[in-house]
Design a protein around this ligand. Structure first.
Ligand code: ADP
Ligand code: VHF
Length: 374
């Protein structure tokens, strides 16, 4: 993604909506505004765009339901507010999406869920399955079990981690400002809007500041950090005002709204770099000639039937090499099955996985989305 003219080509989009917007200045959930975003998301789905919603607002809604005027500082009270408010959030989304004939699913995640390899694969596969089923995943942090995140309030980062996990084309962060300004517009109303910037533009860090609203938490600092994280999977970010009429379809139509932050690499190079740089090889699959050919020529997934030997000890989600019969590495990727399971199912058709293991995680040993050629 290099410019706005490419935005209409986005097929998978993460939309993050912040507390300040959702709760109309702390007076409970703003049903009318939420109804507008829901309608816009339904419109995107109609166009065949997959949308994952990351929604804040549980603490703010919980405060309103409990009659609390100021955000508590005690962790247990914040967590209590979040769990009360989350009920309101899911009820609201469920009933509003239902009007458009769309089903919703609640997913509560911690940042750890997305950095642990095994849980990362599980979260990814659940979200992708929901998208294939046409369901709208509504994600928030699992505030009851987190400590750091709830204190700093960081659904911007969660949105980026989800974008990484499902390799979204675009992360849209809706907030109460028209985008990222050269200086905090809550302090200096004359600050110009940044319309577009490369994610590594060194001037950006000096522009962003904290939130002053008392409801939102991270301000622009966490939004910029989220955009940098999203860029690791080649995902572009737009930060825009949720109050702009028809904001989501307009952004995806290529309109000049908000701030577009352009990643420095394509998703494919990002995936390669991530696998090359961040993860340690834990073992290998030796593949037969047929599997070598389909991996290299057709870009297909690796199935257990094409594997003739399993080397090393590894778990689901670990990085594993694929070696040809001569022992040369031809690809590497994240395995869906442990070494022990892989030894049991190698040389077998995927239809036999359930019979052999008693369960089936995936038909592939390594899905092509988690595989890069060496
Ligand atoms: N350079 C900047 N451009 C725009 N907003 C900024 C900037 N620096 C700091 N901010 C602050 O960030 C706030 C948005 O962040 P936040 O309140 O956390 O919103 P949300 O609840 O949507 O996550 C703005 O209202 C503004 O006060
Ligand atoms: N899980 C918390 C997230 C808080 C948060 O990140 O808020 P924001 O900065 O408004 O997106 C909530 O729902 O209140």
């Amino acid at each position: 993604m290099q410019s706005r003219s490419e935005l209409p080509g986005s097929r998978r989009v993460i939309v993050k909506i912040g507390s300040t917007l959702l709760t109309a200045g702390g007076k409970g959930l703003d049903q009318a505004a939420i109804g507008q975003w829901v309608q816009q998301i339904a419109e995107l789905r109609q166009r065949g765009i997959q949308v994952v919603l990351v929604s804040s607002g549980s603490v703010a809604e919980g405060m309103s339901r409990l009659g609390w005027k100021t955000r508590p500082h005690r962790l247990n009270e914040l967590q209590a507010a979040a769990s009360v408010g989350q009920m309101g959030l899911v009820q609201t989304y469920e009933s509003l999406f239902k009007r458009h004939g769309l089903q919703t699913a609640q997913i509560l995640l911690t940042h750890d869920d997305l950095s642990n390899r095994e849980r990362y694969l599980n979260s990814r596969s659940t979200i992708l399955t929901l998208l294939q089923l046409g369901v709208i995943p509504v994600i928030n942090e699992n505030d009851t079990v987190t400590t750091e995140e709830i204190r700093f309030g960081d659904n911007d980062t969660l949105g980026a981690l989800v974008a990484n996990a499902v390799e979204a084309d675009l992360l849209i962060i809706l907030t109460d400002q028209a985008g990222l300004f050269e200086r905090n517009p809550s302090i200096d109303s004359t600050a110009p809007l940044v319309q577009q910037a490369g994610i590594n533009d060194p001037r950006l860090s000096a522009m962003v500041g904290d939130s002053l609203s008392g409801l939102g938490r991270g301000g622009m600092i966490t939004k910029l950090r989220a955009a940098r994280l999203a860029a690791r999977s080649g995902t572009a970010t737009v930060i825009a005002s949720g109050r702009e009429t028809g904001v989501l379809p307009r952004i995806l139509g290529g309109d000049n709204l908000g701030t577009l932050l352009i990643p420095d690499v394509s998703p494919l190079i990002a995936r390669k770099r991530w696998m090359a740089g961040q993860l340690k090889l834990k073992g290998s699959f030796v593949v037969d000639e047929g599997a070598e050919r389909v991996l290299q020529e057709a870009g297909k997934s690796l199935l257990p039937i094409g594997v003739t030997a399993v080397e090393g000890e590894f778990r689901r989600g670990d990085l594993v090499a694929c070696l040809n019969q001569a022992g040369r590495e031809i690809a590497r990727g994240l395995t869906n099955y442990s070494a022990e399971e892989s030894r049991l199912i190698m040389r077998q058709p995927s239809t036999r996985i359930e019979e052999i293991l008693g369960y089936v995680d995936e038909a592939e040993l390594i899905h092509r989305d988690n595989l890069v050629l060496s």
